[in-house]
Ligand binder design. Sequence first.
Ligand SMILES: [Zn+2]
Length: 108
Amino acid sequence: MSNFNWCHGPECHEKHTVDRVRGVKGSKVLRTRKIKLNNYNSGTQWEFFCSNHCQNDFWNKHARDIVAIAPRTECQETPIKDPQRTRQSNNWHSWYNTEIIVDESRQS
Ligand SMILES: [Zn+2]
């Protein structure tokens, strides 16, 4: 099993940064970034993307295909208790806080 992935950003290899430059003099290239798997990125989307920019590029190109895997055709709801609005204050100012509590008794 390999311990790295190539970045899945469709334009990763087109971004002008010096860390992407590879190859010998006279035939240099910009190469897709390699992502080493570690405790921080394993099990997250960062196994597959070197940056937010590359992740956004991937989403922009493939969102319709990805959403087709698990389409949402209707809304979902989480039952909650009636929200209680309370006035809070300190020495300088006051504000309202609305507490939202999930109603476990109505959870399916
Ligand atoms: Zn990338």
